[in-house]
Design a protein around this ligand. Sequence first.
Ligand code: UDP
Ligand code: GAL
Ligand code: MN
Length: 286
Amino acid sequence: MLYPQPQVLTPTRTDVLVLTPWLAPIVWEGTFNIHILNEEFRLRNATVGLTVFALKKYVAFLKLFLETAEQHFMAGHRVTYYVFTDRPADVPHVPLAPGRRLEVLEVPASKRWQDVSMRRMEMIGRACEQRFRREVDYLVCADVDMRFADHVGVEILAPLFGTLHPGFYGAARRSFTYERRPKSRAYIPWDQGDFYYMGAFFGGSVAEVQRLTTACHRAMGEDKANGIEAVWHDESHLNRYLLDHKPTKVLSPEYMWDEQLLGRPAVMKKLRYVAVPKNHQEIRGP
Ligand code: UDP
Ligand code: GAL
Ligand code: MN
C-alpha cells in the first residue's frame, strides 16, 4: 500500500487538540488516513452494529437517517442496523448495499420522552447480552433525529468512544451542563470533568458498550429510587461514566453538529452527522 509518509515535524492540525491527556486520539478531519484504517479493519474481518431508536412519532426520522447512513456510514463495510421501535410496520424499506442488513427489535414505548431516551441504556445493554455480542464486533449508538452529511467511517471505532457536544467544545468545565446535585449518581463536581459528551453518539466494542449501558441503567434506577432524575437524563449518566472510564477515542463535533444553531465555524472542515430540525412539542406530544 502506497501513501504519504507521516511527517514527525509537521503536525496534521495546529488549530485543535488532537490528543487527550490520557493519550486518546480526538478525531478531526486531517488527522487520519482512511485508506490505512479501512485496510486494517478489513484484515480483521470486523463488523459494525448501528443501534437507533425510533419510537412513537420518531419513526418519521428513520427514512432520512437510513438513506444517508447508506451513503456515508461505514461505506463498503458490513453493517447491521438495529432499529428499536414500537411501530415495526412503519419502518421504511430503504435499499441496502451488499453486506448490510436491517434488524427490527420490537420494544415498548414509554409515555415521557425522557423515559424513552433513558430506557435506551437498558435496552441496548440487554440486547448486547442477548445477541449483539454474537453478531457484531463494534456498536455505534445514535439518535435518530439526525442525518449523515459526510463520511463517518472506521476512524471512529475504538474500544470506547464518546463525542464532543457541539454546544460546549470550547467551553470551560464550569459551564458544562453536568448533573450538579450530589444526590444523583450522575453528579460531577464543578472542578471535575474532561469534556461534555453528547448522549446522541457513542459506542465501542460490544463488551464496553454492554458495561457502559448496564452501568448507566443501574445508576438511573438508583436515582429513580432516590426520587431524583438527572438534568440531561441518560446524557448526564454517560458523562459521569466517561469521566470514570476514559474513552479510548473522542470524536470531534464534526460527528455531532447542528448547523441551524451553530453555523459553520472554520475549524469544522466537515459536518458529518447533523441534527434534523424538529418541532419538539409536536414530535414529543401524543
Ligand atoms: N426517541 C424516540 N421517540 C420519542 C422520543 C425519543 O424514539 O418519542 C429517541 C430517538 O432516538 C431520539 C432519542 O430518543 O433521537 C433522544 O431524544 P431526542 O432526540 O428528542 O433528544 P434531543 O436530541 O433533542 O435531546
Ligand atoms: C442541548 C441538547 C440537549 C442536551 C443539552 C445539554 O443543546 O439539545 O439534548 O444535550 O444541550 O446542555
Ligand atoms: Mn436527538
